[in-house]
Design a protein around this ligand. Structure first.
Ligand code: GLV
Length: 343
């Protein structure tokens, strides 16, 4: 007998699908290709068919999706961020939601550092230079960048970390190898920052004004949407870089293009975009930006792990157990959840 049905909105790694099947779940994966996603109607149809929805960050999971199926027993997100899911509505309707925390921390922190080094040391530009056949002779002035370590001028560079959750903290830890000073701002983690050996607490304005590299690691919420906009770029040093491997809308992308073009800041390294996969007009032309297609957690090992964590949560939901990574745990005490599990 089937444990229940799981609709997966886009193909995830086999490690997760195999786990679901071995547990006795009936699995349906949306059949489209890698470069496309299901329409809202297709997600609604999948939700109606399923007991548990295994969602990706590319699909809005809104009231229409959740109300399509009064028997839906859970939403297992394949990502640590879950701003595509209306968790308020899920809680109201008695639906547990889970994510995949922890397993992508190091991979995403590594990628943030790859962006930092790429933009400050012209790595992406240098690669294009070689491929374009422009390299004729080593030169003392060729593609000069900025140090991350004390380097030439001997000054310890300052890394400003906004959002000191798992990923922010992991990015800060890596700065030790570059002998950097780390400032951190996170109104929800002040104690953790003050207790940290590596980071020093700083108010946002101080962090913006003193950092050579500003890196953003908050969740996306109404509070953090456009946290970095014109006024914030104006507070940054003209030699400073901004990095974002969290969520695009935390940075006002139109304001970023102005800041990059007018030399308010030196450069940007972005893995995420405000209206992903699109970029705001002018961003692609900014030569002082390194732009990646949301690769933060994109290593084989980490994507396997995310798939197995999402599947493990889905299996718990099917069994009527508490999902290990539930983000709205109060739901389990609600009458809406009790009513739903009787369906
Ligand atoms: C990726 O962006 C994630 O939230 O896991």
């Amino acid at each position: 007998m089937s444990l229940g049905r799981v609709f997966v909105t886009r193909r995830i790694r086999d490690a997760g699908l195999d786990l679901l099947t071995k547990a006795g779940a009936e699995v349906q994966v949306w059949p489209g290709g890698e470069d496309e996603g299901p329409s809202q109607d297709e997600v609604i149809e999948g939700s109606r068919w399923a007991d548990v929805l295994l969602s990706l960050l590319t699909e809005p999971v809104n009231r229409a999706v959740m109300e399509a199926n009064p028997s839906l027993r859970g939403i297992a997100q394949f990502a640590v961020g879950y701003d595509n899911i209306d968790v308020g509505v899920a809680t109201e309707l008695g639906i547990p939601v889970s994510n995949t925390p922890g397993v992508l921390t190091n991979t995403t922190a590594d990628l943030t550092w790859a962006l930092l080094l790429s933009v400050s040391r012209n790595i992406a530009t240098g690669d294009q230079y070689m491929r374009g056949g422009h390299y004729k002779l080593w030169g003392p002035n060729l593609l000069l960048g900025e140090d991350t370590s004390p380097g030439g001028d001997g000054r310890r560079k300052v890394l400003g970390v906004i959002g000191f959750g798992r990923i922010g903290e992991a990015v800060a830890r890596r700065a030790m190898g570059f002998d950097m000073r780390v400032l951190a701002y996170d109104p929800y983690a002040r104690e953790a920052i003050e207790a940290d050996d590596q980071a020093e607490w700083a108010e946002l304005d101080v962090l913006l004004g003193e950092s050579d590299f500003v890196t953003v690691h908050t969740v996306l919420s109404d509070e953090t949407r456009h946290l970095i906009s014109t006024a914030e770029f104006e507070k940054m040093k003209p030699t400073a870089y901004i990095l974002n491997a969290a969520r695009g809308p935390i940075i006002d992308e139109a304001a970023l293009v102005v800041a990059l073009n007018e030399g308010q800041i030196a450069g940007a390294g972005l893995d995420v975009y405000e209206r992903e996969p699109e970029m705001v007009e002018g961003l692609a032309q900014c030569e002082n930006a390194v732009l990646l297609p949301h690769l933060g957690s994109a290593s084989r090992g980490t994507r396997d792990k995310m798939a197995t964590v999402a599947a493990t949560n889905a299996i718990a939901m099917l069994r009527g157990d508490r999902a290990p990574n539930c983000v709205n745990p109060d739901v389990y005490d609600s009458s809406a959840y009790a009513g739903r599990s009787r369906n």
